[in-house]
Design a protein. Sequence first.
Lengths: 357, 284
Amino acid sequence: MSIILPTDSAETLAGGPIVCHTLHTGTIRAIRGRGSDDTVTSGAHQLSACDADRHRVAFYRSESELTDVAVGTFHDALRRGEPVLVIATAEHRRALRAGLSELVDTESATAAGQLTMQDAREVLSGFMVNGCPDAARFEATVGDLVRRIVRRGHGLSAFGEMVALLWDDGMPHATLAVEQLWNDLQERHSFTLLCAYPAQLVMTDGDPSGYIDIGSAHSSIVCGPPSAADAEVVRHFPALTGSPRLVRVFIRTTLQEWGLAHLVDDAMLVATELATNAIRHARSDFAVSLARSRHGVRLAVGDTRSDMAPSRPADDDTDGRGLHLIAATAREWGHHRLDSGKLVWAEIGAPPEVAER
Amino acid sequence: MRGPEGPARRRSGWLGQSGGATLSDHGCSSYALDRRRAEIVTAWLRDAAPLGQRAMYIGAAPAKALHAELADFPALDHAVESGALVVSSAVDFYDLGEPIDPESQLALYDRAVELAIADGYRGLRVAADITPLVVDEALRRSHLHWEQYADRYMTERPLAPLCIYDARKIPALPAIAAVHPLQGPHEPRFAVFGSDRDAAALVGEIDGCSADVLSDVLAGLPATDRCLDVEGLAFLDARTAAVLQHELQRRADEHHPIRIVGASQMFRKVWDLCELDPELIVAG
């Protein structure tokens, strides 16, 4: 599937950064405004500075997508001299090492202790007791490993897929408990973590529960290297009933990060309406873009259906009040048909003197 | 009147959260492995002894097989002999294949609670496999009402049931799960449960994608509910606000009016922007 979400169309979204993202087989590539290499580099740089990217999760649809995301993240970390810890299956350790080897000297990095790879199943067995993660044992194994690396003072960029193994074993409670243990560990030590789950594993039979639960345990969701958080952020979401909740998590996190917390409620209201329309009416996966603007934030939702423009149903229709609410909440809003879908946008915010009243 | 063992505030949220078990917990979860079912049931019933409650397992299999599932229950044989743990097959406890009659079924649970108290316990903590009760889709609407009817009883009496179902036979029960204050194995999106004998609380987040489930849940509210406390509602959108108004209007038309209390600033904003009836919200 391919979603093209231009957020800069001169006629639709005046001002702000010019970035156009294409999601194709899992790779977000800047096709205008920035070269792809820059995107990987600046995105990964943002990763270490941006709290939204502290604990990311990738729901990958193919092995190559996972490799793209992981290599993009850890290549840059290694180049910056940051230690990298990989806790993965043998297959993924091999793929990641092969991908990184094309860009950096992994043998030297390993010998210098900068690149550490461990087997996910083996590490897991060190702290699981009767099907549940034991917090003390997690601390003594994973915690100790992280602590030793972080103490060197060069940060840490970690990759983990023990959680995906637990999920695959039919143990969602244990999976989420391990995610929580990682979050607890991040409260005490400064490091970034990328988790990875096969998308088909957590989104079975159209049931979004797994996607939502896992997504909610993370600071952000990626399917590719992150975009620059100080200018524009784009996230892609599947056409699942739980996705609007993840959209709200994304919006809340990003706007708080940008110091625009006063716009969170309005932005969540508008984004939820647009996301729900994409799911219920367009039945399409969709992308949400947030970009800083002169008056606040510009929100755009793009889906793959160009044949359905937002309509204005009768006021007494249960479905019909959403667009009325958008019109009442946004400073401006509109929609545009694209070759590959449609884009609905809204400008949220008010001039400071109005917002302060 | 609230009984001496009634909860001041119900425990709600994700079932996976550790600790804090109370005498009137009400949970729902699913399992996809028999081993996992045994773990969930044992974990729930293990909290009975510290709380002083009698434990009871109502499973889909014959009682003998259920007994074997509880191998990890502390001092299992002694617990069974002393009456601290009772094991029963669903076929002996429910009228399977028929819609549940809330009054007679609750009377059965009430007798079990009273018997436990008479035997010196502080109430009854139950793990019930509801798979045979809801595997037939036609029975789910009446079960949804039963769950809410029984839940209000729990606001006054020390009954703490966990309802579990087999996800291999029933992929999801979103509305039935949503009327339990505690939900698993996934973190709940929203819940509607008794905050008092004649009051319900709506907590979590609701949006257009959960509107149909919300509508089903509200349609099954006990007729005795007089107010819906939305203080714990973190988000609602235009569509769910409209669903709420529709159900509240229907209740009013049927002479079982229910009012909204605890509305946040955001709730009122959405309500006002959607031009819904302000009279349905109690000021305060």
